[in-house]
Design a protein around this ligand. Structure first.
Ligand code: PLP
Length: 371
């Protein structure tokens, strides 16, 4: 069994996909072709924001947004302790300091109480200026934006939604990508909306920000490519990837998003009495980047993963290490304790998941999950 069956997805979409890719090759408009613009317009309208700026990957997207906000040395940026490394990495890359915040044990997302505690600790020390919060929509579920935005606003900070795993999710009637002051996503193949390589996008309602982002994505261009008005870099989405995403986006909104929710409900139905299953709070809708369960301890996890592996069922641990325990951050000041993250890193694991799995696949996996 595949952990995430991208082969099956391709088989289903093959005819449309092959045609779309060959069209780009026939036209030879590999960079900034019309498919890129078409995709940006479709995604912006779906998410419900004015501008979508595509770029090279989800990490660049985060970096460029921090650049647009002028974040750098002396600034504190609050990031969940339980996330993919990139969320914190971009902060350090811009010269600012990541401050790790604990998460909620039901939703895996940033805990607003821990966030405020971390902000107060930074202010009390007086060395860094609290500037940005980066909540992550982990495993497809939007974070608690009402409470996070309120706290950020009270301390004069901006909110950058990291929706790399969250595209397609909904929070109280608003789509992921529209829930902070700006948002980013990733089109890495295994994300909810993935392409066939690297890709990413930024979402913002601010015209000036959008213009700045489009400029730094292409060497700080001004009125045209060879008029360089600032220092930028090169981060663009290939036309081929945009063409692939246009096909995938149709499938995503036509049936995939519904199907992943159906598969998740099959899992939860059977597993809810055996292990701790993922919680989707009232008013939220997940795009299920992962289906992640919690067991009692690390020994139980290792044993279960082994049992599944023996039956040919792959599992993954997202994430085995808190951000603050990463070697790259060994010299970084940790402002608050993150006990929930520490426990989750020892007790979570993710089961094979995609919208193409059948009910009997899920049941045969669940039969092996006995604790
Ligand atoms: C994947 C991911 C990123 C980075 O996206 P890339 O496209 O791989 O650069 C950032 N944040 C989170 C939470 C992610 O899962």
């Amino acid at each position: 069994m595949e952990f995430r069956d991208l082969k099956k997805q391709y088989q289903v979409l093959k005819e449309r996909m092959d045609k779309a890719v060959i069209e780009v090759m026939t036209d030879c408009n590999f960079i900034s072709g019309r498919q890129v613009k078409e995709l940006e317009e479709k995604l912006a309208s779906y998410v419900g924001v004015k501008h979508c700026i595509t770029c090279g990957n989800g990490t660049d997207a985060l970096s460029m947004m921090l650049m647009a906000w002028g974040i750098g040395e002396g600034d504190a940026v609050f990031v969940p302790d339980f996330t993919f490394f990139a969320t914190g990495e971009v902060v350090s890359f811009e010269g600012a300091t990541p401050v790790f915040v604990d998460v909620d044990s039901d939703t895996f997302n940033m805990d607003p109480v821990s966030l405020e505690k971390a902000i107060l600790a930074v202010k009390a020390e007086g060395k860094l200026a609290p500037k940005v919060v980066i909540p992550v929509d982990l495993f497809g579920l939007p974070a608690d934006y009402d409470r996070i935005n309120e706290i950020a606003c009270r301390y004069g900070m901006k909110v950058l939604e990291d929706a790399a795993q969250g595209f397609g999710g909904v929070y109280k009637g608003r789509r992921a990508g529209s829930l902070g002051d700006a948002a980013t996503t990733s089109f890495f193949p295994a994300k909810p909306l993935g392409c066939y390589g690297d890709g990413g996008a930024i979402f913002t309602n601010d015209d000036q920000e959008a213009e700045y982002l489009r400029s730094i994505a292409v060497h700080g261009k001004g009125s045209f490519k060879y008029d360089n008005v600032r220092i930028g870099w090169n981060s663009r989405l290939d036309t081929i990837q945009a063409a692939i995403l246009l096909v995938k986006f149709d499938a995503f909104i036509e049936y995939e998003l519904e199907d992943v929710n159906k598969v998740a409900s099959w899992y939860t139905e059977v597993l809810k009495d055996k292990v701790k299953t993922p919680v989707v709070p009232e008013g939220c809708y997940s795009s299920w980047a992962q289906y992640t369960i919690q067991v009692k301890n690390e020994e139980e996890r290792t044993a279960l993963q082994q049992k599944l592996k023996e039956q040919g069922i792959p599992t993954m641990v997202y994430y085995p290490k808190p951000m603050h325990e990463q070697t790259a951050y060994k010299d970084l000041n940790q402002y608050i304790e993150c006990p929930v993250t520490k426990r989750l890193c020892r007790t979570v694991f993710s089961l094979p998941f995609d919208g193409y799995k059948q009910k009997n696949d899920i049941h045969s996996i669940c039969n092996i999950v006995e604790v």
